[in-house]
Design a protein around this ligand. Structure first.
Ligand SMILES: Cc1cc2nc3c(=O)[nH]c(=O)nc-3n(C[C@H](O)[C@H](O)[C@H](O)COP(=O)(O)OP(=O)(O)OC[C@H]3O[C@@H](n4cnc5c(N)ncnc54)[C@H](O)[C@@H]3O)c2cc1C
Length: 360
């Protein structure tokens, strides 16, 4: 039997994770990316990587919720499988999310709670707990005395996206990927990757270039970039167990803890395809949200300010479609990490012509 040769354009979260699943299944994989593997200016490397099916339901729909719930089962399994290859374990936590608001912004929290209760399937409502000040302090001692209460969303999680992307890179190298680093794909065609100076034949072509494949999406279902900015700090004076979302009438922001007392604060959401550096205005908004969560963050050291474009379709759902003989995986928008395992698994089993590779 000949080995199926799959060409993937784009080594972001979607393309890199798909490459790994296909290599594990015995395929030959050629992976192309215009950037180097550790470039920081992509959505995949910029994300906070919170895995929040419930909190995201307030701004998404039941399709994203279902993909998120399925992915929450797959993430720990896939992280364990990745570590079997010998890579460093990827930081993953599933300790829920806290949602809080300062006293003047309580109506934002009340609206969020009502929206969630309205959209959440009956069977999942037990995952939402209203906390008074004492219960909030017990859950997150660093926030004791700072808020009159909040919401606890049970079962939500987070991972370190930079660790996931780095561990995948090592593992797909080990499994023999043909990685064309720094090689832009100009066009993905049926059975062919077209680059500036050469064209590569493959059995099956996959386009996973995020916003880079904008021109390949029809005007009836356009792909756009949605700018997002995050701030990463280090602050030994504060310990958080889980991501905290801060409701605000103008901008809802979050603080996601990472190993070594680092925190990712995000994210702005701007209808713009400007991929330039973070603006002063956004820096002030992100910094003030962080400082208002806990004054000890005033001494935090700024490690990085980054901006990237989230690839979004108008319905804000991820898409796996076959068009003109090319498979497209795109539209991961602001839920890419939340939905990636379910979406990648769907495409992997379509490419392999098998039933779902992962029973949940
Ligand atoms: C600020 C911010 C915060 C976020 N927070 C979260 C979160 O908390 N939870 C969550 O679930 N999601 C989050 N996301 C969303 C998530 O990061 C994205 O949905 C996901 O990373 C998209 O992955 P992708 O592989 O489709 O696209 P990308 O990451 O954009 O990757 C596309 C790849 O294609 C390559 N490429 C582009 N053009 C070409 C070309 N012509 N030839 C070859 N290669 C090309 C690029 O170099 C890149 O490596 C966040 C995103 C941002 C920006």
């Amino acid at each position: 039997m000949t080995t199926l040769h799959i060409g993937i354009a784009g080594a972001g979260l979607a393309g890199r994770t798909l490459a790994w699943r296909l290599l594990r299944a015995g395929c030959r994989v050629s992976l192309f990316d215009s950037r180097q593997r550790d470039a920081l200016d992509t959505a995949s490397m910029t994300a906070a990587a919170m895995l929040s099916p419930l909190a995201e339901l307030a701004v998404s729909d039941d399709a994203v919720f279902a993909l998120g719930q399925r992915s929450m089962v797959l993430w720990p399994r896939w992280i364990a499988e990745l570590a079997e290859g010998g890579s460093e374990p990827v930081y993953f936590r599933q300790k829920g999310t806290l949602v809080v608001a300062h006293a003047p912004d309580q109506s934002s929290l009340e609206h969020f709670t009502r929206l969630l209760q309205h959209k959440l399937p009956e069977s999942c409502r037990t995952q939402v707990h209203t906390l008074d000040a004492a219960a909030l302090a017990a859950q997150e001692p660093a926030l004791a005395g700072r808020f009159g209460g909040g919401l606890f969303l049970d079962g939500e999680g987070q991972l370190a996206n930079d660790q996931w992307m780095a561990a995948l890179a090592l593992e797909i190298d080990r499994l023999g990927v043909q990685w064309h680093e720094g090689q832009a794909v100009e066009k993905v065609e049926e059975g062919r990757m077209v680059c500036a100076d050469a064209s590569y034949a493959v059995d099956v072509a996959v386009d996973a270039r995020g916003v880079g494949s904008k021109a390949q999406w029809p005007s009836a279902n356009p792909l756009r970039g949605v700018r997002g900015e995050v701030l990463r700090v280090e602050c030994p004076g504060v310990t958080l167990q889980r991501p905290v979302r801060l409701m605000h009438p103008r901008y809802a922001l979050y603080v996601a803890p990472r190993p070594d007392h680092q925190f990712v604060v995000g994210a702005t959401e701007l209808e713009s395809e400007d991929n330039g550096p973070v603006t002063l205005r956004s820096t002030l908004e992100l910094g003030s949200a962080l400082y208002s969560l806990h004054p000890a963050f005033g001494e935090a050291r700024v490690l990085r300010l980054s901006a990237a474009l989230r690839p979004a379709l108008d319905d804000h759902r991820p898409a796996v479609v076959l068009r003109g003989g090319v498979w497209h995986i795109n539209g991961l928008y602001r839920h890419g990490y939340l939905c990636a395992p379910a979406v990648v698994d769907e495409l992997a089993h379509k490419l392999l012509g098998t039933q779902s590779m992962e029973e949940t």
